[in-house]
Ligand binder design. Structure first.
Ligand code: SF4
Ligand code: SF4
Ligand code: FES
Length: 258
């Protein structure tokens, strides 16, 4: 039988325990993945006892409370706190989600928080999204409307054509879908993944865009698009309720019929 040996520094160790001193009866234990590139140490799981009596309802409120009151070195991304910017995506209780949208009241027992899976970690809960952003850039996510003198003239769109963008324009590029996709885990450098493919589709079906053929050519590749095996993890994990798997299957259909 094949034996796999992981390097010793990949082992996640037990970290520090931060006990609450509030005397509150409403304490929740939060286990958080920690890794600091400036220290030559293994990653570890720190446990924080957090007093929920003085904490907002969302998982992000817990993280902010820990950072403000217990350990200021805890590192994570966040900005809008309203599910708009996509920066606070992480793995909470085994599911990729936006920590500012996820209520901790829905989680029984301890809460486990990790960075988005299968990406390099920059520090603590901050995952490296540079490959995903490069892939996003490669699909040229902007309107290309040369003929219609777009710079000076308003480009009209019928109600029906505008409707085609529903379920696509709402994507905030949080990467919850791509980092829950097994095909993207194993082939993330070559397969574009559901977030970028949903964005590609969003521009391809925009009636105002004049480069549909060129855009289809960019993604028409055995690995870039057809790396998707319709496993559906992407759609199940989208915190905005979007359906990237459907966008991918529409792209495949377009290529088959064009
Ligand atoms: S489709 Fe959903 S999960 Fe994927 S990047 Fe967009 S908003 Fe995030
Ligand atoms: S449907 Fe395609 S993109 Fe979505 S999780 Fe499955 S393989 Fe990945
Ligand atoms: S902080 Fe902006 S989406 Fe969560």
């Amino acid at each position: 039988m094949v034996q796999f040996n992981l390097p010793a520094n990949s082992k996640v160790l037990k970290g520090n325990y931060f006990k609450s001193t509030t005397g509150s009866k409403n304490i929740k234990k939060i286990n958080i993945y920690r890794w600091d590139p400036s220290k030559n140490e293994n990653p570890k799981i720190d446990t924080f006892e957090v007093d929920l009596e003085s904490c907002g309802n969302k998982v992000l409120d817990i993280l902010n409370k820990i950072k403000n009151e217990i350990d200021s070195t805890l590192t994570y991304r966040r900005s809008c706190a309203h599910g708009v910017c996509g920066s606070c995506a992480m793995n909470v209780d085994g599911i990729n989600t936006l920590s500012c949208m996820k209520s901790h009241k829905e989680i029984n027992g301890d809460i486990n928080i990790y960075p988005l899976p299968h990406l390099k970690v920059i520090k603590d809960l901050v995952a490296d999204l540079s490959t995903l952003y490069r892939q996003y850039e490669s699909i040229q996510p902007w309107l290309k409307a040369h003929e219609q003198k777009s710079k000076t003239t308003e480009i009209n769109q019928s109600k029906e054509n505008r409707k085609k963008l529903d379920g696509l324009y709402e994507c905030i590029m949080c990467a919850c879908c791509s980092t829950s996709c097994p095909s993207y885990w194993w082939n993330g450098e070559k397969y574009l993944g559901p977030a970028v493919l949903l964005q590609a589709y969003r521009w391809i079906i925009d009636s105002r865009d004049e480069e549909r053929k060129e855009r289809l050519k960019i993604i028409s590749d055995k690995l870039k698009l057809f790396g998707c095996h319709t496993i559906m993890n992407c759609t199940n994990s989208c915190p905005k309720g979007l359906n990237p798997a459907k966008a991918i299957s529409s792209l495949k259909k377009m290529l088959a019929t064009n």
